[in-house]
Design a protein around this ligand. Structure first.
Ligand code: GUN
Length: 293
């Protein structure tokens, strides 16, 4: 079997077209959804994500407010910027790009964001609501993964899902969303991590594999059941002198051999990546609609 590709760019484009209709409707009422993007420091990967988020906002006719702060910004200064965004009626969503520099405590920063503007879904109140199955902003990458699966016609109910990775941004929330008693859940979920004794034995049982370990070649073909569905969340740079930049991006999955066994697979790039930004736009538009009543 050679897997069909799950085309994240196409699914993201379809969702953005749906959002555009809502943005136009809001514009008719004088409301422009606005996203504040706060970046501390000059990490090149983070800067490139932030640029992509701002470009996506502009393309849909949303407002983006860029706060790029120097690496030596103190926690107090960062909290001050967040409080100003909380108070600004033009800002419907606030995103603080992670990771933050070492001297800033992420766990002290997230709770200061107004939960009603927390379009990343990282505020403890939104995490709690998600776990309890209440309405909330869902974190973007996990929500994007579930949209990719549903819009590719994959049945989640009763599926054996193995999540590889337990990060706060992907592994923990996606596992939680998939066990909820809802249309976007009802799966049986196993979470594997760096202390899992026999990763291959768990992954081999999976109808759906979600690879979010942050390490290239974590999922090899011998671990994959015939006909499995593979979602690759990894974005890893590996040296490639034949490329102009000297590197190329690969996921956590050994793509070509795994593709020969799977039924559906996401490419890297062009799979999960475009969905993350789309779900951020989705949350920001939702926030603006809630505010507009
Ligand atoms: N860093 C990596 N992924 C994310 C994300 O989804 N949101 C934020 N704020 N930072 C990130």
């Amino acid at each position: 079997m050679t897997a069909d590709l799950i085309d994240g760019k196409a699914i993201a484009a379809a969702m953005r077209a749906e959002l555009k209709t809502q943005i136009d409707e809001l514009a008719g009422r004088g409301v422009v959804p606005g996203l504040a993007v706060i970046l501390v420091g000059d990490d090149p990967a983070s800067a490139s994500y932030v640029r992509a988020k701002e470009k996506a906002c502009r393309e849909l006719g949303m407002a983006s407010f860029n706060y790029t702060l120097p690496p030596e910004t103190t926690q107090v200064e960062l909290l001050d910027v967040i409080r100003r965004c909380n108070a600004d009626p033009k800002v419907h969503g606030i995103l603080v790009q992670l990771p933050l520099p070492q001297h800033i405590d992420e766990h002290a920063v997230m709770p200061v964001i107004d939960p009603d503007k927390d379009v990343d879904g990282f505020h403890p109140v939104n995490i709690g609501r998600m776990v309890a199955g209440q309405p909330c902003f869902l974190p973007c990458t996990p929500h994007g993964i579930i949209q990719l699966l549903l819009r590719s016609g994959v049945t989640l109910e009763g599926a054996e899902v193995v999540v590889v990775g337990r990060s706060n941004i992907v592994g923990k929330p996606v596992a939680n969303m998939l066990i909820q008693k809802s249309r976007t859940g009802n799966a049986t979920v196993t979470v594997c991590h760096t202390r899992t004794r026999d990763l291959a034995a768990h992954v081999r049982r999976a109808d759906i594999i979600i690879a979010a370990a942050g390490r290239a070649h974590t999922i090899t073909a011998d671990m994959v059941k015939d006909g499995a569905i593979v979602i690759d969340v990894g974005v890893n740079r590996i040296d490639d002198p034949s490329r102009p930049r000297g590197y190329r991006l690969v996921g956590d999955v050994d793509f070509e051999p795994v593709r020969q066994k799977a039924r559906l697979i996401t490419p890297v790039p062009g799979g999960v990546g475009p969905m993350t930004i789309t779900m951020l736009l989705y949350n920001t538009v939702t926030s603006a609609r809630q505010k507009a009543g």
